[in-house]
Design a protein around this ligand. Sequence first.
Ligand SMILES: [Mg+2]
Length: 405
Amino acid sequence: MSLDRSIVHMDLDTFFVSCERLLDSKLIGKPVLIGGTSDRGVVASCSYEARNFGIHSAMPMRMARQLCPEAIIVRGNSGIYTKFSDMVTEVIKESVPLYEKTSIDEFYIDLTGMDKFFGCHQLASEVRQRIIKETGLPISFGLSVNKTVSKIATGEAKPNNQIRILQGTEKPFLSPLSVRKIPMVGDKTFRSLCDLGIHRIGVIQQMPMEMLVKVFGKNGQSIWKKANGIDNSPVVQYHERKSISTERTFDRDTTDVRKLESIITAMAENLAYQLRRGNKLTACITFKIRYSDFQTYTMQKRIPYSSSDHRIIPIVMELYKKLYQRRMLVRLVGVRFSHLVEGGQQINLFEDSDRVLNLYQAMDKMRERYGDRAVMRAAGMEAKSISRWNPFTGAPPPLLANRRR
Ligand SMILES: [Mg+2]
């Protein structure tokens, strides 16, 4: 691996709030909360003005309202955010040779080797200015030799700014920061580190790696490396077709419409469950049908980022109905979700009423415990199980035994 890489991490500032402000300028400069508006809703995103009141994302909306009664609460709209996200992606795609889109508002860009021609810092600055000019959205970036340091640098740059960490200065940059800023350190790990008296990244830098491994197992090694500014992970080219899919070939070709619809529903439902398991969202659905003469047809549709059954299944059925035109035996059907990005929870926090959200959570919990057939739509009952290894983490399917009924 080349030692002098140039990796940029770009992150749109309070993305959902910034989108809403473009649509309604009255929201500018005010504390704004995006999320479920009901009593049991949760804050999906909030403006810096709201953060000054101690509000943060994932906080119960009721608590946020108590902390800042004058806050303006907006129910999110994933369709709008998807459009803005696409606009930003388009600018980046046109400007750089290699980028990775990791969530609806976050990108890594590999500018290694571009120094000879432009100067990476200048190029990154120009991309950022173009995004601000063309979309109106504030965005920040960090530039360094790897993903971890750049991501942390973006956090330090915010709001609406940029930071460059010169090669060789990674450790002193990280040293005074809270261990909470290490990307993989969540609430639980943070508390454990605090219990050990470790608050600043610099303390980890002075510890031998083995000590952290003793406490945190394999994660300890990753934490230690990140704390020391070591990260060799590559920027993986983002393909809009980055996808998960499932197919079903029939033992005997069929024209049984009821059976077809049942199977397709079950396939879509199971695939949406896989998305939620991987905390992923899809923005493009493809349906495929193959007839007994091996003629194959596919049709796809862009949708707002989602992982919700009630948004996805109707689209799959719509595509199936459009595509299934020939009165001929069907040999195979397939469903594919592409344009995947991270960040399921954040979108789902406002996209759905908590009733629907709680329903999915309860159903998914049952699937994790009792297998993917423990609960399903009546329309999909006739389909065989299509449970599988988690396509994102490689985790085994829920309840391995007894999968084939
Ligand atoms: Mg962001």
